[in-house]
Ligand binder design. Structure first.
Ligand code: ADP
Ligand code: MG
Length: 669
């Protein structure tokens, strides 16, 4: 077996399982080795039953107190048994595991691990895992990998396949140059991969993970350097001279530009009319008004006879931008079209033709905009919204389509200047620090679930005043299906609370793009009062009439993500509110949420978030959606990012033949 072999060459992986793996984009043995766990389960010391937390996964060490009882419930065999320790007792239940009768005898002690709940006054655990004391002692030290899954593919199956493939970890080719590996004392790649899957302890996990994070950053920066060599001095083939229409548009806006917007616009004008092509990042917190700046740039370019593309990370956001740009710029005689993955074939063909013939001025859409089939007539500007990784691969692709277009990248993710210089070495940066003056700061609160009915009452008031509401449903990690069910159930439960005339709808990731767009449009047209949603609405959505954002299980989100979610309100002149419902009373969780409670400033939040995190806190804390390295997090791993940057500098100083690395990069990125 070799790393490049197909996945079904692994022992125990047949064609059926292989097909499931393909859904996770795992096709080869190497892909599987690089399917890193997204989390780890640790087994903690057993606790006293009395002290065990309800609703949490806990381990108890307890004695079998009663005979194992087997009852038939419909077609199921229900197995129950009571166990006790010095402080209390718990009733355990399993379905269809009658063999347990032979296993458990009165007086024996086992460790049981599961979710503890309370039925009437009885503590219960359903389907607990069980271990002998010796077995459990071995488990305590280890960390069990939790993999990304898809329906039909269990964690057990993935774990077994990875175990069987693991001997090949040492055959993975390490493309990081020897001198870098030595200078930065990197552990061997094979060890790192093996250790990330099955770490013996936290310390080893961190060491292995750090090596892989280093690789991610290193290859990213190598690629960046290639882009820099390639573009930084590229000649401006699309010199924009005439800004009269753009200026007229600015005059026609119902507001005057903020200082930050004005400065960004000035820089863009300078770039567009200069000698070299524009490569600019606009960094502005959520709600700072980046879209207006984008529209000014778009109009400038197309009114000088060129085409422009405006790219968004999701179809929902693309649709919103399409409608907005159409409404704002059509009066200036601009032809705008939308192109997404889900656009119907005939419509796509029509757009391709019109585009090539110069019959479209601005094309708005998703990644579909830069696919090979898309041929522009004279594309002079590409704007991307909320996606940082753009510019690396995609810019390369674009320049293959003709002369190098101007590029404008817009981002709300607050990155400290020192990191930004590394991450965006090839971009000029404009920071928009101020918010429109008419804005009232969002009012925040962090509350427990008991407050829910009060929150609903408050929402009803807001609705009666003509405003709209978002509710973000608890995050379920299990699967998108469960998440969808969850959202629907939640929406149904709201029907009891609100009068009939309140219109409540929902949105989740399993819906088709058409369905999602329909809902978002209805929400924009105020045909929906309350929108219950998963985090699919996280990025970019703009409905200035929405004034309440309520987030269930706020403790489960990363702060950056919460800040993005909160940014969906406070986008108009009315006072807005963010209600963070926190299901635990753990001080740590409350302290984290309090940071958001205190401040609406993305930079401040990112910094505080970083300060509060300790080693190991990367589990489950997702940054705001874009710029996702598979493992690396530019905040938490800022030191590794700097190290990787030093490595690239070292190679540059030693005049390392980078071309040999550029050729290999497709293997890594
Ligand atoms: P973001 O920077 O998060 O992308 P948007 O561009 O979507 O923010 O702008 C949010 C809202 O603010 C929009 O409704 C927009 O019309 C409005 N807006 C933009 N600039 C200004 C301004 N200078 N004064 C008042 N409102 C503005
Ligand atoms: Mg935006």
């Amino acid at each position: 077996m070799k790393p490049e072999d197909r996945i079904d060459s692994i022992k125990g992986v047949g064609p059926k399982t292989a097909a499931l793996f393909e859904k996770l984009k795992v096709n080869t043995v190497e892909d599987l080795l690089k399917l890193y766990p997204r989390n780890y389960l640790s087994y903690s010391e057993p606790v006293d039953i009395e002290a065990a937390e309800i609703g949490q996964r806990v381990a108890i060490k307890a004695q079998i107190q009663s005979y194992v009882d087997i009852k038939r419930v419909r077609s199921l065999k229900l197995v129950t048994c009571t166990v006790k320790d010095m402080t209390g007792s718990v009733k355990l239940t399993w379905f269809n595991s009658p063999f347990l009768k032979q296993m458990f005898h009165i007086g024996q002690t086992f460790v049981f691990v599961g979710n503890l709940s309370r039925r009437n006054s009885q503590l219960t655990m359903e389907h607990p895992e069980y271990y002998t004391i010796e077995q459990y002692e071995k488990l305590i030290a280890s960390l069990q990998p939790v993999y990304p899954l898809t329906e039909g593919l269990s964690n057990k199956m993935v774990t077994k396949a990875v175990k069987n493939a693991l001997p090949l970890a040492d055959c993975l080719e390490d493309l990081v140059p020897e001198v870098v590996r030595e200078k930065f004392s990197l552990i061997p790649l094979g060890n790192a991969v093996a250790g990330v899957h099955f770490p013996e302890n936290m310390e080893q996990l961190m060491e292995c993970r750090n090596r892989l994070v280093f690789d991610e950053f290193f290859w990213f920066l190598v690629h960046m350097r290639q882009m820099q060599e390639h573009t930084i001095k590229a000649e401006n083939h699309f010199r924009i001279k005439d800004f009269t229409v753009a200026d007229a548009f600015i005059q026609s806006l119902p507001f005057s530009l903020t200082k930050g917007q004005q400065e960004a616009v000035d820089s863009i004008k300078k770039d567009l009319s200069g000698n070299t092509v524009m490569n600019r990042l606009i960094q502005g917190d959520v709600g700072s008004g980046k879209t207006a700046v984008a529209e000014i740039a778009l109009l400038s370019v197309v009114k000088n006879g060129y085409q422009a593309a405006f790219m968004a990370p999701t179809e929902v956001l693309a649709m919103q931008h399409f409608l907005g740009v159409k409404k704002d710029l059509e009066p200036f005689g601009v032809r705008v079209e939308l192109l997404c993955g889900s656009t119907k074939a005939a419509e796509k063909r029509r757009i391709y033709e019109a585009l090539a013939a110069g019959g479209i001025d601005i094309l708005v859409g998703t990644h579909a905009l830069i696919q090979d089939k898309v041929v522009y007539h004279n594309l002079a500007l590409v704007i991307t919204d909320e996606q940082h990784r753009f510019g690396v691969r995609q810019r390369e692709k674009l320049s293959e389509k003709g002369e190098e277009p101007h590029v404008l990248v817009m981002s709300a993710t607050p990155i400290p200047r020192t990191l930004a210089i590394i991450m965006y070495g090839d971009l000029d940066i404009s920071v928009m620090k101020d918010m429109p003056a008419s804005r009232k700061p969002i009012k925040n609160c962090v509350v427990g679930p008991k407050y829910r009915p009060t929150a609903y009452k408050f929402m009803l008031n807001q609705i009666q005043e003509g405003h709209q509401i978002y509710i973000i449903c608890p995050m379920v990690e299990a699967s998108e299906n469960v998440e969808a069910e969850n959202v629907i159930e939640y929406q149904e439960s709201l029907l009891d609370y609100f009068p009939k005339e309140v219109k409540i709808s929902y949105l989740h990731g399993k819906m088709t793009p058409d369905e999602k767009n329909q809902i978002m449009q209805n929400f924009a047209e105020q045909k929906i009062d309350i929108l219950v949603s998963t985090t699919v609405i996280e990025v970019g959505i703009n409905n200035p009439n929405a004034t309440v954002m309520m987030i269930e299980n706020a403790e489960k989100f990363g702060l950056a993500q919460l800040h993005q979610l909160r940014g969906r309100v406070g986008r108009g002149d009315a006072q807005s509110y963010c209600i963070m419902l926190c299901a635990t009373d753990k001080q740590e969780a409350l302290d984290r949420l309090n940071i958001l409670n205190q401040s609406n400033d993305g930079f401040f939040i990112a910094n505080e978030d970083l300060k509060m995190r300790g080693p190991g806190d990367f589990f489950g804390v997702r940054q705001s959606g874009d710029m996702l390295f598979q493992l690396g997090d530019i905040y938490a791993n800022a030191d590794i990012l700097k190290k990787a940057n030093d490595a690239v500098s070292l190679l540059t100083k030693e005049q390392y033949p980078f071309d040999t690395l550029y050729e290999r990069k497709s293997l890594v990125l």
